[in-house]
Design a protein around this ligand. Structure first.
Ligand code: C2E
Ligand code: CA
Ligand code: CA
Length: 837
């Protein structure tokens, strides 16, 4: 302290001595004169521009102080220049920089020495030379440097006294550079002021922009040092700042400091090298979804990670690199350029920080940037060294991973039963297929779930589904897996067997398990199930196809009431053949490929044929004769059923009219499918077709299945009432296979029931079936209905039905369906036989 004061006094003394001498210098001979106050303002103004330069890790501060002195030398008297410089700078230091005491004393002494020395030198060396002369330039620069050297030497000495360290060579070098720049600017300004003063404005513009740009650069530097502040901050505030926020801040600083598009922090997980945590930001510091580098990635990146994990230092991958290793890294990470630096905590490398994609087209990262980045990484490491922070980060990462896992689980599982959902099931099937190419997929659907749901409510429905899932899991083996696809639909992937017999046995076991009732609260429920089976590779080779085919098979199992069905291409409406049929059907109707056969219905009492049922066929040019069981569902699917029905009706009535004209008073029966039954325009169409054909209305019978009435009883009943109102006959087909009862039929305007052929077939062998047929006959008669037995194939059945007083028989025993063209001949022949009898 004392040394500094003494030195200050010595410097001031020298300065004052020189200044006193300056009183005798002649005034300059410039065309204009600068008033003292303007010069004072210029001094304070230039002092406001302080440069901070970081050179070799040390901060240096420079001012523009030579400029006003050089200008003043040419345009103002020497004492004015000296006083302005000393007063202006000292006042500025005190007011703006808030410097007082020894520091201000030393700086003031510095200004006194500096001002006295330079003004004296200028007057001695430059004298009355004008600023335009080259000699003047050289001399002014020499003066400035000569002045700066002793002044800087004093400064370095004081710094060293105060515990700082200052490398003289470096100081000298930078002093020379700064002096040359400042004096050049000063001479330039002086020259302009001398020759064309207004051009000073232009100079001001250029300088203004230059300084603004420099400021921007410097601010970036300042931000970098703020990381240290950040660390101190987090350390003092402890847990009150979230670790993630600290991380975000570090990333944001890194990105801005290095002018990079992206920044990323990776924390390694223990020794495995995987990332526990990865946070990436992109422009605007927004979080990026995709990371930049995967520390677990091997290959071209492994060398990079080894170097980082060794703690050797940072790695720069510049844009135009020629190094093959670096090129490989660039390609593997798909970024333009990057710098990676290790993060340390407690002496170990715990992660890495990286920036990528330098903004702006020309520049890329260089070694200089790498050093800067490493410093930043070190600061960040200090923050990480607080092991609690790392702990906290890992914990936060764990939580997020946990959440992500939960979300993933939710996305792949059914929330009610916890079973895998369709997505996951498809994945599982895909994996099995990928491995062996073989798989067994079952689709199970509860038979009476809808009833439970409707009668007991959704709550019971949900509880039942949970129980179903549990029971399913109980019955399955360890290699099998089950999924809920939605509603009461469950899918099963059998892991063990793939041969049809084994799979069917497993499916049967599952079905048996569902025979037992479920207890839901107070109620006991019998639901039953149906299962469809599809096997890979025979039934399909991808998960979607297998599921779809298992669905087809399940539908089959349901309708056939077999409980279980293996997929069969013949019964599948989605096979190429089905699709081909569907595509051609409309054309086929118009092209008369669709024809009608007739099957006689004979009275059991006397064997007399009293009607014929129209049965449609498709003479397909490619597939040959296609039967209605195959293409009627297709017609329904394609919405062509009403069209087809009208076509058959018209043909049936036309032939019936022919029979009448040939003297055969027999009726005709036409089948109606569900859609036609709901077709409100059908009664009018029937009326006009009857009128067109001239067939008496009572000769027409329409056959409807009970299940089609049950599909929408209200609408069906309305249409049926209108049809019956026309005076035609209605017959309930396939009776006994649906859900309705005879008493229900009582409410419908029907005239006839047709006992389903399955009962008639089994009548001879099964006493049960015989009883069913007999009771249908009796009940039918009680309700005033005519009872028809279909599927009568032999004399025995005929005789038994007759004994039961069944009214009419239809079947191969009477005749197979006959082509329309030969029907008249058959009737003639029949009449001839009757006549002969
Ligand atoms: P369905 O109305 O029950 O017709 C009786 C079916 O049983 C006919 O089969 C007939 O050939 C067959 N059948 C008759 N007697 C015997 C017998 O003694 N033994 C055996 N094994 N079978 C016998 P088809 O012609 O294949 O017709 C099948 C079904 O297609 C019909 O069953 C009917 O539901 C439907 N269908 C036929 N034509 C039409 C139509 O024009 N429109 C609509 N919507 N459906 C039709
Ligand atoms: Ca029928
Ligand atoms: Ca039938």
């Amino acid at each position: 302290m004392a040394r500094t004061v003494v030195l200050s006094l010595v410097m001031s003394a020298v300065g004052v001595a020189l200044s006193l001498h300056a009183l005798s210098f002649p005034a300059p001979a410039a065309p204009v004169a600068i008033p003292w106050w303007a010069l004072l303002l210029l001094v304070m103004g230039t002092d406001a521009f302080v440069f901070h330069l970081e050179l070799r890790g040390e901060a240096h501060t420079f001012t523009l102080s030579e400029i006003p002195v050089v200008i003043g030398f040419f345009f103002a008297p020497a004492p004015v220049v000296i006083v302005c410089r000393i007063v202006g700078s000292t006042v500025f230091q005190a007011l703006r920089r808030r410097q007082f005491g020894v520091k201000l004393l030393f700086n003031a002494a510095d200004f006194v020495l500096d001002a006295g020395l330079i003004v004296t030198l200028l007057h001695v060396l430059v004298g009355a030379r004008r600023p335009q002369e080259v000699v003047t330039w050289v001399l002014v620069v020499c003066c400035a440097i000569t002045t700066e050297l002793p002044v800087s030497a004093c400064l370095s000495t004081v710094i060293r006294w105060h515990g700082g360290h200052s490398r003289v060579a470096l100081v000298v070098a930078t002093t020379v550079v700064v002096s040359v720049v400042n004096t050049s600017l000063g001479i330039l300004a002086a020259d302009l002021l001398w020759t064309s003063p207004s051009a000073i404005a232009l100079l001001a513009v250029v300088l203004g922009i230059t300084f603004t740009a420099y400021r921007g650069y410097f601010n970036l530097h300042k931000r970098y040092s703020s990381l240290q502040l950040l660390y101190d901050f987090t350390k003092t505030v402890g847990g009150s700042m979230r670790a993630e926020a600290v991380l975000q801040e570090i990333l944001s600083q890194a990105r801005q400091l290095l002018a990079a598009e992206r920044a990323e922090v990776i924390l390694f997980e223990g020794t495995t090298g995987h990332a526990t945590l990865r946070q990436t930001i992109t422009e605007d510091d927004a979080p990026a979804e995709a990371g930049l580098l995967d520390p677990a990635a091997g290959g071209d990146l492994s060398v990079l990670w080894e170097q980082i994990k060794d703690g050797t230092g940072s790695v720069v991958v510049p844009r135009g690199t020629r190094d093959p290793g670096l090129i490989a890294v660039r390609q593997a990470s798909s970024v333009d350029d990057l710098i990676v630096a290790p993060l340390r905590a407690e002496g170990h490398v715990v992660g890495a920080i990286l920036v990528a994609n330098r903004l702006g087209q020309v520049s890329t990262f260089d070694e200089e940037d790498a050093r800067l980045f490493e410093t930043l990484a070190n600061h960040a490491s200090v923050a990480f060294d607080n092991s609690r922070l790392v702990q906290q980060l890992r914990q936060e990462a764990d939580e997020r991973r946990h959440e992500a896992e939960e979300r993933r689980h939710e996305a792949l599982h059914d929330s009610l039963t916890g079973l895998p959902n369709r997505t996951l099931f498809n994945q599982q099937v895909g994996e099995v297929l990928g491995g062996r190419g073989e798989a067994a997929v079952l689709l199970m659907d509860l038979d009476r779930f809808k009833e439970v749901n409707d009668s007991l409510g959704h709550h019971h429905g949900d509880l039942l589904l949970i129980e179903v899932a549990n029971r399913l899991l109980e019955t399955l083996g360890r290699e099998d897996s089950a999924a809920r696809l939605g509603g009461d639909e469950f899918a099963i992937l059998l892991g063990g067997t793939n041969d049809a017999v084994g799979v069917e046995a497993s499916a049967r076991r599952i079905l048996d398990a569902f025979e037992r009732s479920f207890r839901i609260g107070e109620v006991s429920l019998d639901v039953g199930a149906s299962i469809g089976i599809a096997l890979a590779p025979s039934d399909g080779s991808d998960p979607a196809t297998l599921l779809q085919r298992a669905d087809v098979a399940m539908y089959e199992a349901k309708t056939a009431k077999t409980g279980l069905a293996r997929y069969s291409a013949e019964r599948d409406r989605f096979t190429p053949r089905r699709l081909a049929l569907a595509g051609r059907l409309r054309q086929a109707i118009d092209d008369r490929e669709i024809i009608v056969h007739f099957q006689p219905k004979a009275r059991l009492a006397d064997g007399k044929v009293m009607a014929a049922e129209a049965l449609v066929r498709w003479r397909h040019p490619e597939f040959g004769m296609v039967m209605p069981d195959e293409f009627i569902p297709i017609a329904e699917q394609a919405g062509l059923e009403p069209h087809l029905t009208r076509y058959v009706l018209r043909a049936a009535l036309r032939h019936c009219a022919d029979w009448q004209r040939a003297g055969h008073r027999i009726g005709v029966a036409v089948n109606l499918a569900v859609r036609s039954l709901l077709d409100a325009r059908l009664p009018d169409a029937v009326t006009s077709m009857l009128a067109e054909s001239g067939v008496p209305v009572e000769l027409l019978t329409l056959e409807i299945t009970e299940s089609s009435v049950m599909a929408d009883p209200d609408r069906a009943t309305a249409v049926l009432n209108r049809l019956a109102g026309l005076g035609l006959r209605l017959s309930v087909d396939d009776f006994g296979t649906g859900y309705s009862s005879l008493s229900y039929l009582q409410r419908l305007p029907v005239h006839e029931v047709k006992v389903d052929k399955s009962f008639v077939f089994r009548m001879a062998s099964d006493a049960n079936d015989a009883t069913i047929v007999e009771s249908i006959v009796q009940l039918g008669h009680k309700l005033g209905l005519s009872v028809v037995a279909e599927g009568v194939e032999d004399q025995l059945s005929w005789d038994r039905l007759r004994a039961m007083s069944c009214d009419v028989a239809q079947g191969y025993y009477v005749s197979k369906p006959i082509p329309a063209a030969t029907m008249s001949d058959w009737l003639d022949e029949q009449r001839r036989l009757d006549g002969a009898a």
